[in-house]
Design a protein around this ligand. Structure first.
Ligand SMILES: *Cc1c(COP(=O)(O)O)cnc(C)c1O
Length: 401
């Protein structure tokens, strides 16, 4: 008996169909990446190996860095980068409060002490003033600083390092949003310790994964050991034909290596990245055009063209009118449009609230009330952006009538 087939109407033909929902995020693992994963699974070698080495070289080349060290996450990348300085336990490390909690956990897990820095409510990033103010509260001097290129916008590492009284190579760049960003023509990635994320929603999605890029061969060698238990270099080769079982451990490392399965996915995804970045920029431009005339909403900050390039990881507007951000988010959700907020400032999380300085962190607090990230990913179409903008317009214009 043959299976009966029923002609199904296409979505657009269904009577009274609601417009398709527009999720906030999308994780696009391309066909070549899925094929590469199958290839690695069939090969008999799935952990760190030749795919990782190739991915490191290719990603480092993409961001103009001489060295890349693949790790299990950006959070691990930040912890390892901080550990590479060998700072005494409890040393103060400056970090923006407008960041992801994991970036601050990394400071703590490295045995160091986070000191929260306020942000400019227009950019979401620290200024030379807020950095200098936070640095002045540290007894002695901070030992390092973790700076996030928020949303894919770009900050001036040299100026902020100077404001903190730190050499530039003591700045760990959290580039989780900034794969594709550039500062005055120099891609983010060419510093002393730049940390990328390949988490499912980031600009180069693998699912999970991270990398530190560095201009320092010694730091790269140290990171390569430290990401795999601190075992002497290339210990991963010990199970290859001709490999030796001997290794040494000079210090306790982390278990934070990337697998070849992930690296192979990353390599194939990387081939798509230039086109994806163009798509993100085009979508951001479309949002700009639509959002510019709406009452009570501000466009995201972006660098002047001569100052840098925005990677458009997030398109985060600020709702600043008669209607609250939460109400806008709720109404958009009712209309099938997913949104998010990046970030809850870390000093507003229970664990970190004791780190709030006496004067508070008013720039971040002000910004947090207004922030709303709209859907932005390469598979979003310009038409869908128009749908988001018209939903936003209905909400805001209703409130301003
Ligand atoms: C996603 C993110 C991280 C953490 O990345 P993982 O790869 O998930 O560890 C760190 N910082 C910022 C700003 C992020 O957005």
């Amino acid at each position: 008996m043959s299976t009966p087939t029923v002609a199904r109407p296409r979505t657009s033909e269904r009577a009274g169909a609601a417009p398709a929902a527009i999720p906030f995020a999308d994780c696009w693992i391309t066909e070549p990446a899925r094929a590469a994963a199958q290839r690695v699974l069939a090969s008999g070698w799935v952990t760190t190996g030749v795919e990782c080495t190739a991915f490191e070289a290719e990603l480092a080349a993409y961001v103009g860095a001489p060295h890349g060290v693949a790790v299990s996450s950006c959070t691990a990348a930040i912890e390892l980068a901080l550990r590479s300085y060998g700072l005494p336990a409890g040393t103060a490390v400056l970090t923006s409060t407008m960041t992801f909690c994991g970036a601050v956990h990394a400071i703590e897990h490295a045995g160091l002490r986070p000191v929260l820095v306020d942000v400019d409510p227009d950019t979401g990033m620290p200024t030379t003033d807020t950095v200098a103010r936070a640095a002045a509260t540290c007894e002695g001097r901070p030992g390092a600083m973790v700076l996030v290129h928020w949303a894919g916008d770009v900050l001036d590492r040299a100026a902020l390092a100077a404001a903190a009284g730190l050499p530039e190579d003591r700045v760990v760049e959290d580039a989780a949003h900034a794969l594709g960003s550039a500062h005055r023509g120099v891609p983010v990635g060419s510093g002393a310790a730049v940390c990328f994320s390949f988490y499912a929603t980031k600009n180069l999605p693998i699912g999970e994964g991270g990398m530190v890029t560095t201009d320092d061969p010694d730091r790269a060698a140290w990171l390569r050991r430290a990401r795999l238990h601190g075992m002497s270099q290339d210990a991963w080769r010990r199970y290859l034909p001709g490999g030796s079982w001997r290794y040494d451990v000079a210090e306790a490392g982390l278990k934070a290596n990337l697998s070849d399965l992930q690296a192979a996915i990353g390599r194939e995804q990387l081939a798509f990245l230039p086109a994806w970045q163009e798509a993100r920029a085009a979508l951001a431009e479309r949002y700009d055009a639509g959002v510019a005339d709406l009452p009570g909403v501000r466009l995201p900050h972006r660098p002047e063209p001569a100052d840098g390039r925005h990677a458009w990881h997030l398109y985060a507007v600020q709702v600043d009118g008669g209607v609250s951000r939460d109400e806008v988010a709720r109404t958009l959700a009712e209309r099938g449009v997913g949104t998010s907020v990046h970030f809850i400032p870390v000093h507003r999380l229970t664990h970190y609230s004791p780190l709030t300085p006496p004067g508070g962190l008013p720039g971040a607090d002000l910004m947090f009330e207004r922030l709303l990230s709209l859907p932005l990913y390469p598979r979003l179409s310009l038409d869908r952006v128009d749908d988001v903008v018209s939903a936003l317009a209905d909400v805001l214009e209703g409130a301003h009538r």
